[in-house]
Write a protein that binds this ligand. Structure first.
Ligand code: IN0
Length: 344
């Protein structure tokens, strides 16, 4: 432990180390305007994740950065409730064509996402510089995801199968795409699609579970991703879970959601244990460990229905600094599973 750690504790030390690393990376601005935009955008929209992407080799890093921003743009279109369905659906379905047209442009979203959409030509310029193996992977995933999102615009998440299908489109496909990028970079064998899918499903199910209140309170219209097949065992309307008089039922329902998501952890460990490149392993493992830590925090925790349940920044920083090998992943999974077991 360093001086900071001795005085302030391991979480403060991890935070300081991370701040230093983040500051160093932010000062390394790429020379080309479009790459400078892409990386600054990445920093704005995904704090800690941007740091982990930066540790990949230059070729793969550029491909993942563009992939991430293209997906964020697709998400921005899907999320923007002010776009009429008849306009939105064809944009989602055609998005994989638009990425080859540097002049394509569609203004929507708010704040950072509006900037991303308004200056999307920079992202497209960067995309067109990638190797064809990377471009083809990004194109195929964008096509499948856009079609899946369009399907769910008019469809609710009723069954647990619908839940898995929706999560496949918005996150499982990200795993499948990333596996293709790792393979195209010559760093990894091509992983089976089912394992890549599970990597995304696990992350997305944690997000959906943790973000209950934010999604239900969304203006102008609630967003509902918890499957009816689960919540209808406890309440008549999904929004009823947020009312104090339903606390006991709400926590039982929450615990069932967490239990459902935990199904994927075995596939995730199998996927990660097959990785050969240490930077790729770190890139994949850090979000997974954070997701399991978030599940441990949410389990049996009524605050999921009261406000945002967030991990301490210091714990996040420790996970980023201390996830460096598969053995670290097993240790972290063991620790957070034990925490969960105690709560069960
Ligand atoms: C991601 C994933 C991600 C990273 C590494 C390997 C993956 C394998 C399969 C699927 C997804 C994988 O990670 C990010 C993490 C992230 O953005 N974290 C936020 C924190 C937060 O709470 O939002 C941060 O600020 O650091 C992720 O969540 N998603 C994602 C998107 C694109 C890519 Cl290329 C990789 C989003 C999602 C929906 C879970 C797939």
């Amino acid at each position: 432990m360093g001086v900071v750690g001795a005085v302030l504790g391991p979480e403060a030390e991890a935070l300081v180390r991370l701040r230093v690393a983040a500051g160093r990376l932010r000062r390394e601005v790429p020379a080309d305007e479009h790459w400078a935009f892409a990386y600054s955008m990445l920093h704005r929209v995904s704090r800690s994740f941007a740091l982990v992407i930066q540790q990949l080799g230059p070729d793969l890093r550029n491909a993942v950065c563009v992939f991430y921003l293209v997906l964020r743009a697709l998400d921005t279109v899907e999320d923007d409730t002010s776009i009429p369905t008849e306009v939105k659906v064809p944009i989602l379905q055609e998005f994989h064509h638009h990425i080859y047209n540097r002049d394509w442009h569609f203004s929507c979203g708010t704040k950072d996402y509006k900037i991303l959409m308004d200056k999307f030509h920079y992202v497209l310029t960067a995309f067109l510089e990638l190797g064809s193996g990377y471009q083809e992977a990004i194109e195929e995933i964008t096509r499948r995801m856009g079609a899946g999102m369009a399907k769910f615009i008019c469809k609710e998440v009723e069954t647990v199968d619908d839940y898995d299908e929706y999560c496949h489109y918005v996150a499982g496909l990200v795993g499948i795409g990333l596996s293709r990028l790792f393979h195209a970079a010559g760093l990894e064998d091509l992983a089976p699609e089912s394992l890549s899918n599970s990597m995304g499903l696990f992350l997305q199910k944690v997000n959906i579970t943790r973000d209950y209140l934010e999604d239900i309170n969304e203006i102008p219209k609630s967003r509902m991703f918890w499957p009816r097949e689960i919540w209808s065992k406890y309440v008549d309307k999904l929004e009823d879970l947020k009312y104090e008089e339903n606390s006991v039922k709400a926590v039982k329902c929450l615990n069932e959601m967490v239990t459902n998501g935990l199904i994927h952890t075995e596939d995730c460990l199998r996927y990660m244990s097959a990785l050969k490149d240490i930077a790729v392993l770190r890139f994949c493992a850090i979000p997974q460990v954070m997701a399991l830590a978030t599940y441990a925090l949410c389990y049996n925790n009524v605050n999921v229905f009261r406000g945002v349940v967030k991990m301490r920044r210091g714990l996040t920083a420790r996970i980023i600094n201390e996830t460096n090998s598969m053995s670290d992943v097993y240790t972290a999974f063991y620790e957070f599973s034990s925490l969960l077991e105690r709560k069960v």
